[in-house]
Ligand binder design. Sequence first.
Ligand code: SF4
Length: 422
Amino acid sequence: MRPLVARADGSVEVLGGFRPAARSGTRACGLEAADVIPIPEGCTLMHLPERRPLALDTRDRPIEIEADLLPVAAVLPVGYLRALLPASRPLPGSRRLPLFGYAAVVEHNGALKVAAMRTDRFAWWQPEHHGSAELLPAIAMARAALPDNRLVEHLTTCATDHRCYTAQNTFFRRYEGALPASPACNADCLGCISLQSDGAAPAPQPRMRFAPTADELFTLADYFLDGRDAAIVSFGQGCEGEALTRDDVLIEATQRIRASHPHATVHINTNGSKPRFLEQLIAAGCNSVRISAISFTDSVFRAYYRPLGYGLDDVMACGRVMAEAGGQVCLNLLTFPGLTDSPAELDATVAACVAMGVQQVQWRSLNVDHDWLIDVLSRAGHALDSGIRMPQAYETVRHRLPGVEHGNFTRPVRTGAPSPWG
Ligand code: SF4
């Protein structure tokens, strides 16, 4: 295997005379054939500006590559999990990288390979089902059916400009539909894709600027769920803040959705900040939750989320209240090589999954400038140098949580599962 590097003009070349390197947190390591898979369809190569590539010399020592060469990273499509970070080092004063889940990439026998593993093959989310010529007519139909609903215009931008699959599916009236509910949030995550509060990196999906009414949420859900292959409506999308901050509006919309669509999965993606309110939402008809977390270690959680008025106890309680009501509990585990796969983090994650009644772990590559995150967490006292590698971490969690599903995507609540509304 050989390292890949880029020129400033974007051209990519193979670097001779060195072995490829990657990083697990702060630790540089070699890349072996077992660490990589063929680069999947839909993967994007990016060069990392204002950074130096690292490689291993003939004695396997990490060295910086001088000259005008830049590191190259791969950004994976959905359904794949990053295993190692790209081997790069930021130059003094370098700007923050845009929010992507950068993974190590190499050349091997004339082909590109990436440090990753496949975690889900759920047909709903395959790229070939999205971005088709049918999208614009589907948007036109929604506009005609819901002429005064601001969510239709908002999701049109998401579906076309940002190519969001959930927004596209909302218009196709199939699988999982988006119900973005809140322009505000009670956290300020380092990797928030809808708002970067210090403006140092662009947010890939600008935050929605209005607070939809219960009627707008319900009528869009009603339109979507009348589609033949529609199964789930989801509050809490990448283009918004925290849906649980919408209190009464969410409850009214959920009651109306449940009354009209008794078999639908009414789901919420959340930071898990408001368990008492989630309880009320469950009573209104919500039967599925996906709670996002980077870590169940308090200092890591606080350094990353910068939460306002809530803590890990609330996050754990959100899982518990849904599990006790008989609904579906998913954990959206925001992974970072060198952090997620450290033995202490794995112990905390497994314990939290048990306490929360998690039924499915969704393994996601955290989108963030890796060196910025490492810098923030090292100032909070975390060294990020004891990862056991992500594939081993994945297998460890699978082994220690028998009966728990692992993947990338939320499934509809199974028919026949106990439900809180009977
Ligand atoms: S909880 Fe979600 S919306 Fe709020 S800051 Fe974090 S990523 Fe952004």
